[in-house]
Ligand binder design. Structure first.
Ligand code: HEC
Ligand code: HEC
Ligand code: HEC
Ligand code: HEC
Ligand code: HEC
Ligand code: HEC
Length: 501
C-alpha cells in the first residue's frame, strides 16, 4: 500500500557521474548490444530453422560472442580510462563524458544515437545475410573451403549436385549437430593455420551413418531390379579403336515375397555383413562375418594368411558407403576422363594415339602444381604431334586435355583418383574384389564368389559398331580387349587408371 501524501524531500545532492558515462564506453555498449542481438538472432535461427550448418555455428558461437566480449571490454576500458582521467585532471574531469545539458554535446549525442541505431540495424541485416551465406553450398565449397575445391568441382558434375553439402555431411539430429559444430570450428582453425591435410584423409570418420543420410531419399524397399550401365572405352592404339560394354547390373534379383538377392543383398534387413580391414582406406579386408538376424546363425570368411581374431572395435557393419563411397565426389581416373571426352567428341579422334598421349600428358611425374600444368601438358603434346598435318587439330586437343586435367586432377591439393579409390566396381581399384576374390573361406570351405561374373552382372553386348547391335539377353562371355585374361590376376593388378603396363 502506498502512502497517499508523499512527504516533500530536499532535492537530492547531485550524484557524481558514473565512470561508464563516457564516449568510449558508449561505443563499447553499442557494439555489445549489437553483438548480443546478432547472437540471439543467429542462435534462434540455428535452433529453430534448418540451420544445420557448422559454419553458421562459427558466426553464432565464435564471431558474435567475440564482438560481444570486445564490446564489453571496450566499455570497461572506457570506465577505467575515464576514472584515470578524472583523477589526473581534477579541473576538467568531465571532458569525455556525455552530457545532455550542453547544446553542442547534445547534438553530438543525438548524432551518436542515430549512428548507433543504424549500426544495430546493420548488424541485424548482417547476421541474416551471414545466415544465408553460411547455408549455401557455395560457402562450403568456395569461400570457407578453398581446401575443398576438388570436392566442390567433383560434386557439381555428380548426380547429387542438387543435394546440399549439409544434407550428407551434417543432416539433422542433436548429437550430430553438436559434433558437426565442433568439427566445423576445428576445421576453421586448421584452415586458418593452413595445416589442413592435402589430400583430406578418407574415409571420413565423423560422417553420419548411411541409413540416416542415404535412406532419406533412397529407401531399400524401392531398390531397382537390374540397372543398365554403358561403359565407353577406347584402346590405346594408333586408331583409337572404340570398345563399349553394355551391361545389366543385378542390383536386386529378389521377387516379391522371396528372400533378398542381388547386389543390394548386403544391406537387406535379414542379414548383417561385417568386415575387418587392416588399413585406414579399408582396401585390405582379410576377415568378414555374415549374421542371419532371424536365426542368429553366423558364417565367418577369412583369408588363409589371417590367423588372428580381428580387433572388435574395428569391425565395421557394411552399409551403402562401403560400395558407394564416392556418391558425390567421384574423382575419375585419367583413363576414364579422357575416354569420356573422346566419346563426347570434344577430344578429336583424328590424332593418332590420342588416348595414350592425353593420359600420359596428364600423369607426367613432374606435374606437381596446378599453375604449371597447362604449360607442361602443352609441351608434352606438341612434342608428340610435330607433323604439320596435325597442326589444325592440335590446339583444340591441348585445350581439352588442359580442361580435363583442371576438373579431375588437383595437383596443389594432391587430390585425384589415386588417393580416392572408388569401391563400386573392380576394374581400377579392388572394390568388390576386396571380398569377392575366392580367397576368403569359411571353415567348411565356402567362398565368396569372385569368378562367376554373371552373379553380379551380365553383358548385353560389347565391342564397337555393328557388334553392339548383337544383344544377348542371356549375357555374353567377356571378350577382354587387352587379350586373354589370366585368372591369377585381378583387373586392378594391371588397370590403375593411368597407362596400362
Ligand atoms: C550425396 C551425399 C554428399 C553430398 C551432397 C556431399 N558430400 Fe562430401 N562426401 C560424401 C561422402 C560419403 C564422403 C566420404 C568419402 C569417403 O569417406 O571415402 C564425402 C567426403 C567429402 C570430403 C572429404 C574428402 C573426399 O573427397 O573424400 C570433403 C572435403 C567433402 N565431402 C566436402 C563436401 C562439400 C564441400 C560438399 C558440397 C559442395 C559435399 N561434400 C557434398 C557425401 C556427400
Ligand atoms: C536429398 C536426397 C538424396 C540423398 C540424401 C542422397 N541421394 Fe542419391 N540420388 C538422389 C537423386 C535425386 C538421384 C538421382 C539423380 C539422377 O537421376 O541423375 C540420386 C542418385 C543416386 C545414385 C545413382 C547415380 C549414381 O551416381 O550412381 C546413387 C548410387 C546414389 N544416389 C547413392 C546415394 C548414396 C550412397 C547416398 C548417401 C551418401 C545418397 N545417394 C544420398 C537424391 C539423394
Ligand atoms: C555391395 C555394394 C553395395 C551396397 C552395400 C549398396 N549398393 Fe547401391 N548399388 C551397388 C551397385 C553395384 C549398383 C549398380 C550401379 C553401379 O554399378 O553404379 C547400385 C545401385 C544403386 C542405386 C541405383 C542407381 C541407378 O542408377 O539407378 C541406388 C540409388 C543405390 N545403389 C543406393 C544404395 C543405398 C542407399 C545403399 C544403402 C542402403 C546401397 N546402395 C548399398 C552396390 C551397392
Ligand atoms: C562381386 C560382383 C562382381 C563380380 C563377381 C564381377 N563383377 Fe564386373 N563389375 C561389377 C560392378 C559392380 C561393376 C560396375 C562398376 C561401376 O559401376 O563402375 C562391374 C563392371 C565390370 C566391367 C566394366 C568396367 C569398366 O569400367 O568398363 C567389366 C568389363 C566387368 N565388370 C567384367 C567382369 C568380369 C569379366 C568378371 C568375371 C571375371 C566380373 N566382372 C566379375 C561387379 C562384379
Ligand atoms: C566386405 C566384403 C564385401 C564386399 C566389399 C562386397 N561383398 Fe558382395 N558379398 C559379401 C559376402 C560375405 C557375401 C555373401 C557370401 C555368402 O554368404 O555366400 C556377398 C554376396 C554377394 C552377392 C550374392 C548375393 C545373393 O545371395 O544373391 C552379390 C551379387 C554380391 N555380393 C555383389 C557384390 C558387389 C557388386 C560388390 C561391389 C560393389 C560387393 N559384393 C562387395 C561380401 C562383400
Ligand atoms: C594382365 C593385365 C590385365 C588384366 C589382369 C586385365 N586387363 Fe584389361 N586391359 C589390359 C590391357 C593391356 C588393355 C589394353 C589397353 C589399351 O589398349 O588401352 C586392357 C583393356 C581393357 C579394357 C578396354 C580399355 C580400357 O582402358 O578400359 C577394359 C574395359 C578392360 N581391359 C577391362 C578389364 C577387366 C574388367 C579386367 C578384370 C576382369 C581386366 N581388364 C584385367 C590389361 C589387363
Amino acid at each position: 500500500m502506498s502512502d497517499p501524501t508523499p512527504t516533500p524531500t530536499a532535492p537530492a545532492p547531485a550524484r557524481p557521474l558514473s565512470n561508464y558515462n563516457n564516449w568510449i564506453s558508449a561505443i563499447g555498449a553499442v557494439l555489445a548490444v549489437g553483438a548480443l542481438f546478432s547472437f540471439l538472432f543467429l542462435a534462434w535461427m540455428d535452433l529453430t530453422g534448418k540451420g544445420n550448418n557448422p559454419y553458421l555455428g562459427i558466426f553464432t558461437y565464435i564471431v558474435a560472442p567475440g564482438f560481444l566480449i570486445a564490446g564489453l571490454a571496450t566499455m570497461f576500458f572506457g570506465a577505467w580510462a575515464q576514472r584515470r582521467w578524472a583523477l589526473k585532471h581534477t579541473s576538467m574531469p568531465d571532458k569525455w563524458r556525455l552530457d545532455f545539458s550542453k547544446p553542442a554535446q547534445r547534438r553530438r549525442v543525438i548524432l551518436f544515437g542515430v549512428a548507433a541505431v543504424g549500426f544495430l540495424m546493420l548488424s541485424a541485416f548482417g547476421s541474416y545475410q551471414s545466415y544465408h551465406v553460411a547455408e549455401s553450398n557455395a560457402f562450403c565449397g568456395e569461400v570457407c573451403h578453398k581446401a575443398m575445391t576438388p570436392e566442390y568441382v567433383t560434386y557439381q558434375r555428380g548426380s547429387h549436385a542438387r543435394v546440399d553439402c549439409v544434407d550428407c555431411h551434417i543432416g539433422s539430429g542433436a548429437v550430430w549437430f553438436v559434433k558437426a559444430k565442433i568439427n566445423g570450428a576445428h576445421q576453421l582453425i586448421a584452415y586458418t593455420l593452413t595445416d589442413y591435410e592435402r589430400p583430406i584423409a578418407t574415409p571420413l570418420k565423423n560422417l553420419r551413418p548411411a541409413q540416416d543420410i542415404c535412406e532419406k531419399c533412397h529407401w531399400p524397399e524401392k531398390f531397382h531390379g537390374n540397372v543398365e550401365m554403358v561403359f565407353d572405352h577406347f584402346l590405346s592404339d594408333r586408331k583409337n579403336t572404340a570398345y563399349t560394354a553394355r551391361m545389366l547390373m543385378h542390383v536386386n534379383t529378389s521377387k516379391p515375397g522371396s528372400p533378398p538377392g542381388g547386389i543390394h543383398w548386403h544391406v537387406n534387413e535379414n542379414e548383417k555383413v561385417e568386415y575387418f580391414a587392416t588399413d585406414e582406406k579399408r582396401q585390405d579386408i582379410p576377415w568378414m562375418r555374415v549374421t542371419n538376424l532371424k536365426d542368429n546363425s553366423v558364417r565367418v570368411f577369412r583369408t588363409e594368411d589371417f590367423k588372428d581374431e580381428p580387433d572388435p572395435a574395428r569391425i565395421r557393419v557394411m552399409d551403402c558407403m562401403d560400395c558407394h563411397n564416392r556418391p558425390a565426389h567421384v574423382f575419375p581416373t585419367a583413363n576414364d576422363a579422357v575416354e569420356k571426352s573422346m566419346a563426347a567428341g570434344t577430344l578429336s579422334l583424328k590424332l593418332p594415339n590420342i588416348k595414350r598421349v592425353a593420359v600420359q600428358a596428364m600423369t607426367q611425374d613432374k606435374l606437381t602444381t596446378d599453375a604449371e600444368a597447362p604449360r607442361l601438358i602443352e609441351e608434352f603434346m606438341r612434342a608428340k604431334y610435330k607433323d604439320p598435318a596435325q597442326a589444325a587439330e592440335l590446339p583444340a586437343a591441348i585445350a581439352e586435355v588442359q580442361r580435363i586435367f583442371s576438373v579431375s586432377i588437383f595437383a596443389d591439393r594432391k587430390a585425384d583418383w589415386r588417393v580416392y579409390p572408388n569401391n563400386i566396381g573392380h576394374k581400377d581399384w579392388p572394390g568388390c574384389f576386396r571380398c569377392h576374390d575366392n580367397q576368403h573361406k569359411t571353415e567348411t570351405g565356402l567362398t565368396v564368389n569372385g569368378s562367376d561374373c554373371t552373379s553380379c552382372h551380365s553383358i548385353l553386348s560389347q565391342g564397337k559398331g555393328a557388334q553392339l547391335e548383337m544383344l544377348s539377353a542371356k549375357g555374353q562371355e567377356f571378350e577382354h580387349p587387352g587379350g586373354e585374361l589370366d585368372p591369377e590376376l585381378s583387373c586392378a593388378d594391371c588397370h590403375n587408371g593411368g597407362i596400362q603396363k
